[in-house]
Design a protein around this ligand. Structure first.
Ligand code: DAH
Length: 343
Protein backbone atom coordinates (compact mmCIF):
# COMPACT_ATOMS: atom_id res chain seq x y z
CA UNK A 1 0.00 0.00 0.00
CA UNK A 2 1.69 3.27 -1.05
CA UNK A 3 1.98 5.92 1.65
CA UNK A 4 -0.53 8.78 1.44
CA UNK A 5 1.96 11.55 0.70
CA UNK A 6 3.32 9.62 -2.26
CA UNK A 7 -0.01 9.32 -4.04
CA UNK A 8 -0.93 12.93 -3.24
CA UNK A 9 2.34 13.98 -4.89
CA UNK A 10 1.47 11.79 -7.85
CA UNK A 11 -1.92 13.45 -8.11
CA UNK A 12 -0.43 16.94 -8.07
CA UNK A 13 2.09 16.04 -10.69
CA UNK A 14 -0.59 14.61 -12.89
CA UNK A 15 -2.65 17.72 -12.56
CA UNK A 16 0.22 20.02 -13.45
CA UNK A 17 1.09 17.93 -16.44
CA UNK A 18 -2.52 17.86 -17.63
CA UNK A 19 -2.91 21.62 -17.30
CA UNK A 20 0.24 22.19 -19.28
CA UNK A 21 -0.81 19.82 -22.05
CA UNK A 22 -4.22 21.39 -22.23
CA UNK A 23 -2.80 24.84 -22.77
CA UNK A 24 -1.13 23.66 -25.99
CA UNK A 25 -4.18 22.00 -27.47
CA UNK A 26 -5.52 23.76 -30.56
CA UNK A 27 -7.83 21.30 -32.29
CA UNK A 28 -10.91 19.35 -31.21
CA UNK A 29 -9.18 16.09 -32.19
CA UNK A 30 -6.30 16.75 -29.82
CA UNK A 31 -8.78 17.69 -27.14
CA UNK A 32 -10.61 14.39 -27.52
CA UNK A 33 -7.32 12.50 -27.22
CA UNK A 34 -6.57 14.48 -24.06
CA UNK A 35 -9.95 13.58 -22.60
CA UNK A 36 -9.34 9.88 -23.18
CA UNK A 37 -5.82 10.06 -21.80
CA UNK A 38 -6.93 11.50 -18.46
CA UNK A 39 -10.61 10.76 -18.08
CA UNK A 40 -10.96 7.56 -20.15
CA UNK A 41 -12.87 4.79 -18.33
CA UNK A 42 -10.49 1.96 -19.18
CA UNK A 43 -7.04 3.52 -18.92
CA UNK A 44 -7.38 7.19 -18.09
CA UNK A 45 -4.62 8.42 -15.79
CA UNK A 46 -7.05 10.06 -13.37
CA UNK A 47 -9.31 7.04 -13.43
CA UNK A 48 -6.31 4.90 -12.51
CA UNK A 49 -5.49 7.10 -9.53
CA UNK A 50 -9.05 6.81 -8.31
CA UNK A 51 -8.69 3.04 -8.43
CA UNK A 52 -5.94 3.19 -5.81
CA UNK A 53 -8.52 4.57 -3.36
CA UNK A 54 -9.80 1.16 -2.46
CA UNK A 55 -6.37 0.12 -1.21
CA UNK A 56 -6.14 2.93 1.34
CA UNK A 57 -7.02 2.98 5.04
CA UNK A 58 -10.39 4.69 5.72
CA UNK A 59 -8.64 7.86 7.10
CA UNK A 60 -6.26 8.10 4.13
CA UNK A 61 -9.10 7.39 1.76
CA UNK A 62 -11.03 10.35 3.11
CA UNK A 63 -8.10 12.73 2.67
CA UNK A 64 -7.03 11.54 -0.73
CA UNK A 65 -10.58 11.16 -2.03
CA UNK A 66 -11.21 14.82 -1.32
CA UNK A 67 -8.02 15.96 -3.05
CA UNK A 68 -8.61 13.72 -6.05
CA UNK A 69 -12.19 14.90 -6.50
CA UNK A 70 -11.11 18.50 -6.37
CA UNK A 71 -8.40 17.93 -8.96
CA UNK A 72 -10.86 16.11 -11.19
CA UNK A 73 -13.39 18.90 -11.02
CA UNK A 74 -10.84 21.59 -11.77
CA UNK A 75 -9.48 19.70 -14.76
CA UNK A 76 -12.97 19.08 -15.97
CA UNK A 77 -13.72 22.82 -15.87
CA UNK A 78 -10.58 23.57 -17.85
CA UNK A 79 -11.58 20.96 -20.40
CA UNK A 80 -15.03 22.55 -20.78
CA UNK A 81 -13.54 26.01 -21.25
CA UNK A 82 -11.20 24.68 -23.87
CA UNK A 83 -14.10 23.03 -25.69
CA UNK A 84 -15.99 26.34 -25.81
CA UNK A 85 -12.87 28.20 -26.90
CA UNK A 86 -12.18 25.83 -29.78
CA UNK A 87 -15.82 25.84 -30.88
CA UNK A 88 -15.99 29.62 -31.03
CA UNK A 89 -12.76 29.69 -33.03
CA UNK A 90 -14.09 27.37 -35.67
CA UNK A 91 -17.35 29.33 -35.78
CA UNK A 92 -15.49 32.61 -36.24
CA UNK A 93 -13.34 31.37 -39.11
CA UNK A 94 -15.61 29.37 -41.37
CA UNK A 95 -14.00 27.63 -44.30
CA UNK A 96 -14.26 29.55 -47.56
CA UNK A 97 -17.52 28.95 -49.39
CA UNK A 98 -19.69 28.08 -46.43
CA UNK A 99 -20.65 31.67 -45.62
CA UNK A 100 -24.05 32.45 -47.10
CA UNK A 101 -23.72 36.09 -48.06
CA UNK A 102 -27.38 36.26 -49.06
CA UNK A 103 -28.56 35.83 -45.45
CA UNK A 104 -30.23 38.98 -44.13
CA UNK A 105 -28.21 40.79 -41.44
CA UNK A 106 -29.20 40.60 -37.78
CA UNK A 107 -31.16 43.71 -36.95
CA UNK A 108 -30.18 45.70 -33.88
CA UNK A 109 -33.00 46.37 -31.42
CA UNK A 110 -34.08 49.97 -31.88
CA UNK A 111 -34.61 52.35 -28.96
CA UNK A 112 -36.85 55.39 -28.98
CA UNK A 113 -37.57 58.46 -26.93
CA UNK A 114 -39.62 58.23 -23.71
CA UNK A 115 -43.24 59.44 -24.23
CA UNK A 116 -42.58 62.42 -21.93
CA UNK A 117 -39.49 63.44 -23.92
CA UNK A 118 -41.46 63.18 -27.15
CA UNK A 119 -44.32 65.36 -25.95
CA UNK A 120 -41.88 67.86 -24.47
CA UNK A 121 -40.01 68.05 -27.77
CA UNK A 122 -43.25 68.54 -29.70
CA UNK A 123 -44.47 71.33 -27.41
CA UNK A 124 -41.10 73.09 -27.57
CA UNK A 125 -41.06 72.78 -31.34
CA UNK A 126 -44.55 74.33 -31.72
CA UNK A 127 -43.63 77.35 -29.61
CA UNK A 128 -40.19 77.90 -31.09
CA UNK A 129 -41.80 77.84 -34.54
CA UNK A 130 -44.01 80.71 -33.34
CA UNK A 131 -40.87 82.63 -32.34
CA UNK A 132 -40.52 81.89 -28.61
CA UNK A 133 -37.00 81.19 -27.41
CA UNK A 134 -36.04 78.72 -24.67
CA UNK A 135 -35.11 79.82 -21.15
CA UNK A 136 -33.94 77.74 -18.21
CA UNK A 137 -33.70 78.01 -14.45
CA UNK A 138 -32.45 75.90 -11.54
CA UNK A 139 -34.46 73.01 -10.07
CA UNK A 140 -33.17 73.87 -6.59
CA UNK A 141 -34.68 77.30 -6.24
CA UNK A 142 -34.91 80.13 -3.73
CA UNK A 143 -38.18 80.79 -1.96
CA UNK A 144 -38.01 84.28 -3.44
CA UNK A 145 -38.24 83.13 -7.08
CA UNK A 146 -40.65 80.26 -6.54
CA UNK A 147 -43.15 82.23 -4.40
CA UNK A 148 -42.27 85.70 -3.19
CA UNK A 149 -41.57 87.39 -6.53
CA UNK A 150 -44.61 85.65 -8.02
CA UNK A 151 -46.85 87.62 -5.68
CA UNK A 152 -47.07 84.81 -3.13
CA UNK A 153 -45.64 86.25 0.10
CA UNK A 154 -44.94 84.04 3.06
CA UNK A 155 -48.48 84.04 4.45
CA UNK A 156 -50.23 83.62 1.08
CA UNK A 157 -52.81 80.81 1.17
CA UNK A 158 -51.99 79.75 -2.41
CA UNK A 159 -48.71 78.32 -1.10
CA UNK A 160 -50.71 75.52 0.50
CA UNK A 161 -51.81 74.27 -2.91
CA UNK A 162 -48.23 73.40 -3.80
CA UNK A 163 -46.92 70.68 -1.49
CA UNK A 164 -43.39 71.92 -1.39
CA UNK A 165 -40.18 70.01 -0.69
CA UNK A 166 -38.27 72.48 1.49
CA UNK A 167 -34.48 72.30 1.76
CA UNK A 168 -32.26 73.83 4.43
CA UNK A 169 -31.03 77.40 3.97
CA UNK A 170 -34.10 78.98 2.34
CA UNK A 171 -33.93 76.64 -0.65
CA UNK A 172 -36.66 74.42 -2.05
CA UNK A 173 -37.31 72.18 -5.04
CA UNK A 174 -39.23 74.40 -7.43
CA UNK A 175 -42.93 73.52 -7.49
CA UNK A 176 -43.50 75.21 -10.85
CA UNK A 177 -41.54 76.57 -13.82
CA UNK A 178 -42.93 80.07 -13.18
CA UNK A 179 -39.76 81.24 -11.32
CA UNK A 180 -38.02 81.21 -14.72
CA UNK A 181 -40.29 84.16 -15.66
CA UNK A 182 -38.72 86.22 -12.88
CA UNK A 183 -35.16 85.15 -13.64
CA UNK A 184 -35.66 85.97 -17.32
CA UNK A 185 -37.15 89.41 -16.70
CA UNK A 186 -34.43 90.28 -14.18
CA UNK A 187 -31.85 89.63 -16.88
CA UNK A 188 -33.47 91.28 -19.91
CA UNK A 189 -35.60 94.23 -20.92
CA UNK A 190 -38.82 93.81 -22.96
CA UNK A 191 -39.75 92.63 -25.49
CA UNK A 192 -39.48 89.16 -23.99
CA UNK A 193 -40.94 85.96 -25.39
CA UNK A 194 -39.76 82.73 -23.84
CA UNK A 195 -40.87 79.26 -22.95
CA UNK A 196 -39.25 77.42 -20.05
CA UNK A 197 -39.55 73.63 -20.12
CA UNK A 198 -38.37 71.69 -17.08
CA UNK A 199 -38.85 69.47 -14.07
CA UNK A 200 -40.89 70.49 -11.05
CA UNK A 201 -41.45 68.77 -7.69
CA UNK A 202 -44.33 68.35 -5.25
CA UNK A 203 -45.03 66.01 -2.34
CA UNK A 204 -47.70 63.91 -3.99
CA UNK A 205 -48.15 60.32 -5.22
CA UNK A 206 -51.34 58.85 -6.68
CA UNK A 207 -52.77 58.03 -10.09
CA UNK A 208 -52.71 61.67 -11.23
CA UNK A 209 -49.75 62.98 -9.17
CA UNK A 210 -46.05 62.11 -9.00
CA UNK A 211 -43.41 63.88 -6.88
CA UNK A 212 -41.57 64.95 -10.05
CA UNK A 213 -43.26 66.04 -13.25
CA UNK A 214 -42.71 68.43 -16.15
CA UNK A 215 -44.11 71.82 -17.08
CA UNK A 216 -43.60 74.30 -19.85
CA UNK A 217 -43.88 77.91 -18.78
CA UNK A 218 -44.57 80.66 -21.31
CA UNK A 219 -44.06 84.41 -21.01
CA UNK A 220 -44.53 87.24 -23.47
CA UNK A 221 -44.06 90.90 -22.53
CA UNK A 222 -44.17 93.91 -24.82
CA UNK A 223 -46.04 97.15 -25.43
CA UNK A 224 -49.75 96.63 -26.08
CA UNK A 225 -49.96 92.90 -25.31
CA UNK A 226 -53.55 91.91 -24.49
CA UNK A 227 -55.66 88.91 -23.59
CA UNK A 228 -56.45 88.53 -27.29
CA UNK A 229 -52.82 87.74 -28.01
CA UNK A 230 -52.83 85.17 -25.22
CA UNK A 231 -55.93 83.51 -26.64
CA UNK A 232 -54.50 83.49 -30.15
CA UNK A 233 -51.20 81.91 -29.11
CA UNK A 234 -52.83 79.24 -26.94
CA UNK A 235 -55.41 78.40 -29.57
CA UNK A 236 -52.70 78.01 -32.20
CA UNK A 237 -50.75 75.76 -29.85
CA UNK A 238 -53.68 73.54 -28.89
CA UNK A 239 -54.77 73.09 -32.49
CA UNK A 240 -51.23 72.21 -33.54
CA UNK A 241 -50.93 69.68 -30.73
CA UNK A 242 -54.40 68.07 -30.63
CA UNK A 243 -55.57 68.71 -34.19
CA UNK A 244 -57.24 71.53 -36.13
CA UNK A 245 -60.78 70.55 -35.11
CA UNK A 246 -60.09 70.86 -31.36
CA UNK A 247 -62.72 72.79 -29.40
CA UNK A 248 -61.30 75.30 -26.91
CA UNK A 249 -62.80 77.17 -23.97
CA UNK A 250 -61.37 79.79 -21.60
CA UNK A 251 -62.68 79.74 -18.02
CA UNK A 252 -62.05 82.44 -15.41
CA UNK A 253 -59.65 81.23 -12.72
CA UNK A 254 -57.18 82.47 -10.12
CA UNK A 255 -53.38 82.52 -9.94
CA UNK A 256 -51.53 84.96 -7.68
CA UNK A 257 -49.15 86.02 -10.45
CA UNK A 258 -51.72 86.79 -13.15
CA UNK A 259 -54.74 89.07 -13.30
CA UNK A 260 -57.07 88.25 -14.92
CA UNK A 261 -56.36 84.52 -14.82
CA UNK A 262 -57.85 81.75 -16.89
CA UNK A 263 -57.86 78.00 -17.19
CA UNK A 264 -58.11 76.55 -20.65
CA UNK A 265 -60.07 73.41 -21.53
CA UNK A 266 -60.34 71.43 -24.74
CA UNK A 267 -63.40 69.50 -25.85
CA UNK A 268 -62.97 65.95 -24.56
CA UNK A 269 -61.00 64.01 -27.17
CA UNK A 270 -62.34 60.70 -25.89
CA UNK A 271 -66.10 61.26 -26.17
CA UNK A 272 -66.16 64.26 -28.51
CA UNK A 273 -67.83 66.38 -25.82
CA UNK A 274 -70.73 64.06 -25.05
CA UNK A 275 -69.45 63.31 -21.56
CA UNK A 276 -67.46 60.27 -20.40
CA UNK A 277 -65.41 58.86 -17.51
CA UNK A 278 -62.23 60.73 -18.49
CA UNK A 279 -63.89 64.19 -18.64
CA UNK A 280 -66.10 63.30 -15.66
CA UNK A 281 -69.19 63.74 -17.90
CA UNK A 282 -68.45 67.47 -18.41
CA UNK A 283 -67.35 67.10 -22.03
CA UNK A 284 -64.24 69.22 -21.31
CA UNK A 285 -60.63 68.51 -20.27
CA UNK A 286 -58.56 71.05 -18.36
CA UNK A 287 -55.24 71.59 -20.12
CA UNK A 288 -53.40 74.63 -18.80
CA UNK A 289 -53.37 77.78 -16.67
CA UNK A 290 -52.68 81.27 -17.96
CA UNK A 291 -53.31 84.97 -17.53
CA UNK A 292 -52.07 88.53 -17.85
CA UNK A 293 -48.91 89.13 -15.80
CA UNK A 294 -49.84 90.75 -12.46
CA UNK A 295 -48.50 94.32 -11.96
CA UNK A 296 -46.97 93.21 -8.64
CA UNK A 297 -44.79 90.75 -10.56
CA UNK A 298 -43.64 93.50 -12.95
CA UNK A 299 -42.80 95.72 -9.97
CA UNK A 300 -40.50 93.00 -8.57
CA UNK A 301 -38.45 92.99 -11.77
CA UNK A 302 -38.69 96.77 -12.26
CA UNK A 303 -40.68 96.71 -15.50
CA UNK A 304 -42.70 99.89 -16.08
CA UNK A 305 -46.35 98.85 -15.69
CA UNK A 306 -47.52 101.96 -17.54
CA UNK A 307 -45.65 100.93 -20.65
CA UNK A 308 -45.64 97.14 -20.71
CA UNK A 309 -48.16 94.35 -20.40
CA UNK A 310 -47.69 90.64 -20.87
CA UNK A 311 -49.21 87.22 -20.64
CA UNK A 312 -48.00 83.97 -19.08
CA UNK A 313 -49.08 80.36 -19.19
CA UNK A 314 -48.13 77.03 -17.65
CA UNK A 315 -48.69 73.64 -19.24
CA UNK A 316 -48.37 70.24 -17.58
CA UNK A 317 -46.51 67.88 -19.91
CA UNK A 318 -47.64 64.63 -18.29
CA UNK A 319 -51.25 65.73 -18.67
CA UNK A 320 -50.73 66.25 -22.40
CA UNK A 321 -48.97 62.89 -22.73
CA UNK A 322 -51.74 61.06 -20.85
CA UNK A 323 -54.32 62.49 -23.23
CA UNK A 324 -52.26 61.97 -26.36
CA UNK A 325 -51.41 58.34 -25.58
CA UNK A 326 -54.58 57.51 -23.65
CA UNK A 327 -52.81 56.58 -20.41
CA UNK A 328 -54.81 56.63 -17.21
CA UNK A 329 -52.14 56.18 -14.52
CA UNK A 330 -49.51 58.91 -14.40
CA UNK A 331 -47.13 56.72 -12.41
CA UNK A 332 -46.61 54.47 -15.45
CA UNK A 333 -44.39 57.16 -16.98
CA UNK A 334 -41.86 56.82 -14.20
CA UNK A 335 -41.82 53.12 -13.40
CA UNK A 336 -39.84 52.49 -16.58
CA UNK A 337 -41.49 49.19 -17.35
CA UNK A 338 -40.08 48.42 -20.79
CA UNK A 339 -43.32 46.72 -21.88
CA UNK A 340 -45.10 50.04 -21.33
CA UNK A 341 -42.39 52.17 -22.94
CA UNK A 342 -42.24 49.96 -26.06
CA UNK A 343 -45.96 50.17 -26.83
N1 DAH B 1 -47.50 77.73 -12.19
C1 DAH B 1 -48.88 77.27 -12.30
C2 DAH B 1 -48.99 75.90 -11.65
O1 DAH B 1 -48.02 75.22 -11.49
C3 DAH B 1 -49.29 77.16 -13.74
C4 DAH B 1 -49.46 78.51 -14.34
C5 DAH B 1 -50.69 79.13 -14.32
C6 DAH B 1 -48.39 79.18 -14.89
C7 DAH B 1 -50.88 80.38 -14.86
C8 DAH B 1 -48.55 80.46 -15.44
C9 DAH B 1 -49.81 81.04 -15.41
O2 DAH B 1 -47.56 81.14 -15.99
O3 DAH B 1 -49.97 82.26 -15.94
O4 DAH B 1 -50.07 75.51 -11.26
Amino acid sequence: MPPLNEIVDQLNLLRQQAEKELSFIDTTEKLEAFRIKYFGRASGALTALFKTLSGLSPEDRAVFGKAANLAKEQLHDLLENKTIELKSKTAAVPAAGIVDITLPGRSMPQGHAHPISRVLAEVVSIFTTMGFSIAEGPEIELDYYNFEALNMPEDHPARDMQDTFYLPGGFLLRTQTSPVQIRTMEKSKPPVSIIAPGRVFRRDWDITHTPMFHQVEGLLVDKGVSMTHLKGVLEAFLKAFFGAGTKIRFRPSYFPFTEPSTEVDIGCIFCGGKGCRVCKTSGWLEILGAGMVHPEVFKKVKYDTDVYTGFAFGIGIERLAMLKYNINDLRMFFENDLRFLRQ
